[in-house]
Design a protein. Sequence first.
Lengths: 117, 117
Amino acid sequence: MSNYSSDDIGNYASVFSALSNPHRLQIYTLLSGCCTPGSRCDIDAVTSCCVGDLGNELDIAASTLSHHLKELSHAGLINMQRQGKQIICSVNPDMLNAIRQFFHTNTEITDEPETSR
Amino acid sequence: MSNYSSDDIGNYASVFSALSNPHRLQIYTLLSGCCTPGSRCDIDAVTSCCVGDLGNELDIAASTLSHHLKELSHAGLINMQRQGKQIICSVNPDMLNAIRQFFHTNTEITDEPETSR
DNA sequence: GCTATAATTCGACATATTTCGAAATATAGA
DNA sequence: TCTATATTTCGAAATATGTCGAATTATAGC
């Protein structure tokens, strides 16, 4: 897990920063338990992926939720795409893989995380 | 990665919070590239594990370093134990395993290889 | 074009975090 | 016991974060 450039350290730090808020971490776990990118959950599934549905689980103002989603998105942890009136959120699998590799010392790192900020 | 209690979410959020600062993340990666708990690095190794040695790598005030180490320790990420005048730091392997587990449970990733049995 | 719904942006405020230097504590050795 | 070294605690200041409500933007359907 050693041998990271200071840029890498900074990028991973912002990834963990995005996951450091309980509401954001909950959003991320909800999404990861739900759809894969490009798909949407079935109507009957426990959780769904549009912003409004996430809001129903969280008991925070819509503006706060929006702010949190932007943080997760900027960190590269989730993808967001409009579909009609709604915006569908999903876990970014590349970043999840990068995180997994980060925590495995003996693994060569192939994908560096790229935060969009 | 779903199905965590709100307590769990809170605990993991504070773990990620501890890793969200670049200095702290650097400390953690330095330690993880170094000793296992109970042992100390060889004198000639690039990095060592006592507080002062970490300080040499970081260019921050000793009091700031101390504060960061306390955060990492409180989060359960590292162990600290006095040995004479020095305090030796090491990665807590249980927490590292818990983190690894966190990012693997219950999460299907589309481009993950599937074993044929 | 108008209206309803979904989500974001903005501005403000309270709280938390990061950092430092100075002072305090702990330990080993003379 | 006195001194030097290692580390922590304390208090203060600057900056960042989390949150809300109000206003705004985007879209679909009538």
